[in-house]
Design a protein. Structure first.
Length: 253
C-alpha cells in the first residue's frame, strides 16, 4: 500500500469512527507508529484532521460533516458536564435560543422546568425534548430540514429568527479558533447561526475540546462575541487562557 492510499484510508477511518489512535492504525496498516504520526501530521497540515493525545479526530469541512447520530456517541460525559455548566449561566433570561447539535440538546434537557421560559430553536431534537414542558414555550424555526442534523436551515429559518430579540443564545460550532473564530461547513447553517448571534443580547459557546483549533468553511462569529465559552478539561489551561484574552470567560468542566 502506498503512502497516499494509506493516508486516504486513515482519513476514511477517522470520518467513519469519529477518531483514530496511532497504535491501532499502525496495526491496521502494518507500519511503524512513527509512520502513522507522520501521516497524521500531513493530514493535519492539510486541515483534514486535528491531532489529539495518541491519535486524531476528523475536521468537519464543506465535504464532510458528522451526523447528529454520530455526535451522540462521542465525548458524552464531557458534553453532559458542559451542558449542565451552560444551563447554570441562564440567569434571569426569559427567552433563549438553543442551537442544533447534541450538546445543545443536552442543554435543553438541563434547562429549568419550574419557571416560564420561551425557547427558540432550529433543532427538531431540542423541540422534542422541551415539547412536554408545561412552562416552556417552544418556537421551532421553519425551513429546509437537514437530515444529518435534524435541524432547519436557510433564509426561512434566519428570517423568522431576525424578528426576535433573544435574551441568551447557546451556540455551537464545528470549529473554533483564535484566528478564524467560529466556523461551520454549510452556508445555510451559517446563515442561521449568524442571525442568532445578531438577535441575542448574550451569547454562550459550548463545545468539547476537540472543536478548538479546528477551522471549517463558513465563519459566523468571533471568539470575542461571546460572554462565555464552556468546554471540558481536555482543553489545556494555557490554551483556555489564550482564548479568554480575546474577551469571553472560559469555563472548563
Amino acid at each position: 500500500m502506498g503512502t497516499e492510499e494509506r493516508r486516504r484510508g486513515i482519513l476514511e477511518t477517522a470520518r467513519r469512527d469519529g477518531s483514530v489512535e496511532v497504535n491501532r492504525l499502525a496495526e491496521q496498516f502494518r507500519v511503524a507508529k512513527e509512520t502513522i504520526r507522520r501521516d497524521l501530521h500531513t493530514l493535519e497540515e492539510h486541515g483534514l484532521v486535528r491531532r489529539t493525545h495518541g491519535g486524531a479526530c476528523p475536521v468537519e469541512s464543506a465535504g464532510f460533516e458528522t451526523t447528529l447520530a454520530m455526535r451522540t456517541t462521542h465525548h458524552v460525559p464531557q458534553k453532559s458536564r458542559i451542558a449542565a455548566a451552560a444551563a447554570d449561566l441562564l440567569g434571569d433570561a426569559e427567552t433563549v435560543f438553543v442551537d442544533e447539535g447534541f450538546t445543545p440538546q443536552l442543554i435543553a434537557e438541563a434547562l429549568p422546568r419550574d419557571r416560564p421560559l420561551t425557547v427558540v430553536t432550529a433543532s427538531l431534537a431540542v423541540a422534542t425534548v422541551l415539547a412536554d414542558s408545561e412552562k416552556t414555550a417552544v418556537l421551532l424555526l421553519g425551513g429546509r430540514v437537514r437530515g444529518g442534523t435534524m435541524a432547519t436551515v436557510g433564509h426561512w429559518a434566519a428570517g423568522m429568527l431576525a424578528g426576535f430579540v433573544i435574551d441568551l443564545a447557546y451556540i455551537g460550532a464545528n470549529g473554533i479558533s483564535r484566528q478564524y473564530g467560529l466556523t461551520t461547513p454549510d452556508p445555510a447553517v451559517c446563515e442561521v447561526k449568524a442571525q442568532a448571534m445578531r438577535s441575542a443580547r448574550r451569547r454562550v459557546f459550548t463545545g468539547v475540546h476537540t472543536k478548538f483549533g479546528a477551522v471549517s468553511f463558513c465563519r459566523f462569529a468571533g471568539v470575542g462575541d461571546f460572554e462565555a465559552v464552556v468546554t471540558d478539561t481536555g482543553l489545556p489551561a494555557a490554551e483556555a487562557q489564550r482564548y479568554s484574552l480575546l474577551g469571553p470567560q472560559v469555563i472548563r468542566v
